[in-house]
Write a protein that binds this ligand. Sequence first.
Ligand code: KG4
Ligand code: ZN
Length: 354
Amino acid sequence: MTRILGIETSCDETSAAIVEGTGDDVVQRSLVILSQDVHRVFGGVVPEIASRAHLTSIAPVVARAVADAGLTLDEIDAVAVTYGPGLVGALLVGVSYGKALAFGRGIPLVAVHHMEGHLFATALEHRDAVPPFTALLVSGGHTLLIDVEEWGHYTVLGATRDDAAGEAFDKVAKLLGLPYPGGRHVERLARDGDPSRFRFTRPMLRRDQSPGDDDYYDVSFSGIKTAVLLAVRKLGADSSALDDRDRADLARGFQDALIETLAEKTLRAATQHGRRRIVLGGGVACNNALAAAVGERAETMGARVFAPSPRLATDNAAMIARAGLFRFERGDRAGLDLNAYATLPLATLSHSNA
Ligand code: KG4
Ligand code: ZN
């Protein structure tokens, strides 16, 4: 049995967690997530403010995760830390703290890819959310369709050509005069919206596409965002001219277009690779309409869909500790020269053993 402390500071949550176990038999002992609400005022994450906020909270957040688990630092076997992709200044706080902790306690340091963490998140709650599976990771910064043959072996099938799914939700929320981050507000409004009033084109989704085509799995959301903008302008100058019905109908039209695109592409991936399990992850996986749309389609091919609870769908250190445990068991160790990376292709993980 190995006990891992995970640290995540890639964006605007300072998070620490402890998990323990072996293989896929893993238990979460604690999870602390401190969300930096300050960015709401600016309508988006301000990198410099994020780094500073991580600096003030990292030590108490880690101490709290250790205390919540009923443990002391002496009882931790290794430290796992997110080293990319993300905001480099924010990542550096976690990486530096993780290094210092590992060095000070004389325990191993394990570097974790943030998106690999998201792949592991659902497995903390559902024992069957393990490979082989098709993964759809949808957050504010990423939209990835991945075939997971086994842990550590990932094939990125598709990605967004422009905005990430969460980014599209946030931009449309802004057009509708909703607060940041807007995804959950758009979802709430869309529930009462009329699905037939605004029917936006499904981007990069056509019947004549076939598996070899380069847009078979890729998605694009900037077009729907522009279509919403034009519809808002048609109704008046800006969001202040919209009434509650307009807002709900626009939210519904947008959400339906985005979700249908993601759900269809996810099912294409599962069908092509013969996967019977689909795992969702990232903040947009909190969207119940998305999970329902993927679920409906999956049922027709006898596949199961696993979506993490909101706490594990959004950025958190439990998923980093969980992925770190896998890396630790494989023998992966990071040196004290570990750096942080703003961009870090997931594909580089599949064949590395360093
Ligand atoms: O994974 P996450 O917490 O942070 C990163 O971006 O890494 O994802 C945040 C994104 C935001 O864009 C937010 O608007 C979106 O997830 N989101 C949602 C919902 N809840 C959060 N989007 C659609 N529906 C939701 N219920
Ligand atoms: Zn994330």
